[in-house]
Design a protein around this ligand. Structure first.
Ligand SMILES: [Ca+2]
Length: 410
C-alpha cells in the first residue's frame, strides 16, 4: 500500500508511462463519460452525508457532482495496470527522446524567468522542476481531461483503495469550496492527478501555492507558474538541498564490479573516486555526501552517481527510471548533451538503433508499428508475428538479429 500510495500521491502521466502506457498516446476516450450505475449513485448519496460531516457544504456538493458520474473506463484502467518493468533505455526513449527535449526547450523558454524566481525562493533546481513538468504532462501538453470528481468518486466507490480515493474526493471538493478552480475546469488523469505537474488533490491541499498573486492556486490553466511553484514547494519541504545537483553521469572503469551499484549502496564519493569512477565529461567527482551508482547496462554502459537530491525526485514517483528520466531531462534543459555512452544490445540482441531500424522495416513491409522509437511493445510484437506468419516462420513475436537481417533482405 505504502509504495503504491506514494506513487499515486503525485504520479499521473509519468507513472502511467512507467506502467506501460505510451506517454505519446492519448488515453482511449471510451468509458470516460458518465455511465448509469445505481450502486454508484447510492454510494454517492451516502458519501454526501459523510462529506457534510467533514465540512463540505451542500452547495459545494451540488456544484461538484453536477454532470459527474460513474466512469467505467477509470475502473478498467485501474484494474489493468500491468506492471512490467521497462529498461532505463526504453524508459528514456519514451519520456526523454530528442523530440521531447526539443519540445521542452521550446516550452520552458517563455517561463525561464518564472522558473528562476521559483528557484531563488525555494532553492530547488529550476531545471529539475521543469523536467518534472516534462515527464508528468509533456510540458503541459497532456494535462488529462477526465473530471476529477467523477474519477476519484468512481475509484472510491469501486473500493479496492476506497479510503485513499474517498480522501482524495474530499480534498477535491475542499479545493472547489476554496474557489481555486470552478468545478467544470477541474480535470486530471484517470486517477485524479491534476494539472501541469499532476498533483493528487490531497497533495495540492498541502503544497499548492499561488505564485502569480491572483489569489488562486491555478495548476490547470495555460500558465504553468503555480504548478511549477507547487512542485518546488513539495520538493523543498521534503528536504531538497539547495545548490546540490541531483546526480551526475559517470564512467565506470573497465571490469568495475556492478554488484557495488544500486540505490541502497551509498558510499563516500572519495571511495567511488578511488575505485576509478570518473565524471563522464571529465574533471573530478563532486562531493555532496554519500552517493549511490546506477548502472543499468553494466560497467560499459551509461551510469550515474546519485546524490541526496535524487531521492527527493523519487518522493514524486519512487521509480528509479523516473528519477533518471527527470535528472537526464533536467540536464538537457540546462544545455547538456545526450548520454556519452550507449546502452549496447538489450536482451533481444539488438541495439536501440537496430530495434528502430527493425520497426521501420516492419512498417515498410506493411506491418504497422507506429512511429519507430526502438521500444518494443505489443504493437511491435504483433507486427513481428504477422511478418513471421506471412513468411511461414514460427510466430513468437520476438525481435532478434535474425528477424532484422531477414527484414533487411526484403
Ligand atoms: Ca495563481
Amino acid at each position: 500500500m505504502a509504495g503504491w500510495t506514494r506513487r499515486m500521491m503525485l504520479a499521473g502521466a509519468a507513472a502511467q508511462a512507467l506502467l506501460g502506457c505510451m506517454p505519446r498516446q492519448r488515453p482511449a476516450l471510451s468509458g470516460f463519460t458518465p455511465s448509469p450505475n445505481a450502486d454508484y449513485d447510492a454510494w454517492v448519496a451516502a458519501f454526501r452525508n459523510r462529506a457534510l460531516a467533514q465540512g463540505i457544504t451542500q452547495a459545494t456538493l451540488d456544484r461538484g457532482f453536477r454532470g459527474q458520474g460513474f466512469l467505467p473506463g477509470v475502473v478498467d484502467r485501474d484494474r489493468n495496470q500491468t506492471e512490467f518493468r521497462r529498461s532505463t533505455e526504453d524508459y528514456l526513449a519514451l519520456v526523454a527522446a530528442e523530440e521531447d527535449v526539443a519540445l521542452g526547450l521550446a516550452r520552458v523558454a517563455p517561463v525561464r524567468a518564472r522558473l528562476a524566481e521559483i528557484e531563488a525562493h525555494s532553492g530547488v533546481d529550476a531545471h529539475v522542476i521543469a523536467a518534472i513538468w516534462g515527464l508528468e504532462t509533456r510540458f503541459g501538453t497532456r494535462l488529462g481531461d477526465i473530471p476529477v470528481i467523477s474519477a476519484t468518486s468512481t475509484l472510491a466507490w469501486e473500493g479496492r483503495r476506497g479510503r485513499f480515493f474517498e480522501a482524495q474526493l474530499i480534498a477535491a471538493l475542499r479545493i472547489l469550496q476554496a474557489g481555486d478552480i470552478p468545478a467544470d475546469r477541474m480535470f486530471g488523469s484517470w486517477a485524479g492527478a491534476m494539472g501541469h505537474t499532476q498533483l493528487m488533490p490531497s497533495v495540492y491541499e498541502d503544497y499548492a501555492v499561488d505564485v502569480t498573486g491572483d489569489g488562486r492556486r491555478d495548476i490547470w490553466g495555460t500558465d504553468p507558474s503555480d504548478a511549477l511553484a507547487s512542485t518546488a514547494e513539495y520538493l523543498r519541504r521534503h528536504g531538497w538541498r539547495p545548490d546540490q545537483p541531483w546526480g551526475l553521469e559517470v564512467h565506470l572503469p573497465p571490469g568495475f564490479d556492478t554488484r557495488q551499484t544500486g540505490r541502497d549502496r551509498r558510499r563516500a564519493v572519495r571511495e567511488w573516486a578511488a575505485a576509478g569512477v570518473r565524471p563522464a565529461r571529465g574533471g573530478a567527482l563532486p562531493d555532496h555526501g554519500a552517493a549511490a551508482i546506477h548502472a543499468p547496462a553494466g560497467a560499459d554502459g551509461p551510469a550515474w552517481l546519485l546524490h541526496h537530491n535524487f531521492t527527493m525526485i523519487l518522493r514524486y514517483n519512487p521509480s528509479v527510471n523516473y528519477g533518471i528520466g527527470v535528472g537526464y531531462m533536467a540536464d538537457r534543459l540546462a544545455g547538456g548533451g545526450p548520454l556519452s555512452r550507449g546502452f549496447g544490445p538489450d536482451d533481444t540482441g539488438l541495439t536501440q538503433a537496430e530495434r528502430r531500424e527493425m520497426q521501420a522495416l516492419l512498417n515498410r513491409a506493411g506491418h504497422d508499428v507506429g512511429t519507430p522509437d526502438g521500444v518494443v511493445g505489443q504493437r511491435t510484437e504483433a507486427a513481428i508475428r504477422a511478418y513471421q506468419t506471412a513468411r511461414g516462420l514460427a510466430a513468437d513475436g520476438r525481435p532478434s538479429p535474425a528477424i532484422l537481417s531477414a527484414l533487411r533482405g526484403g
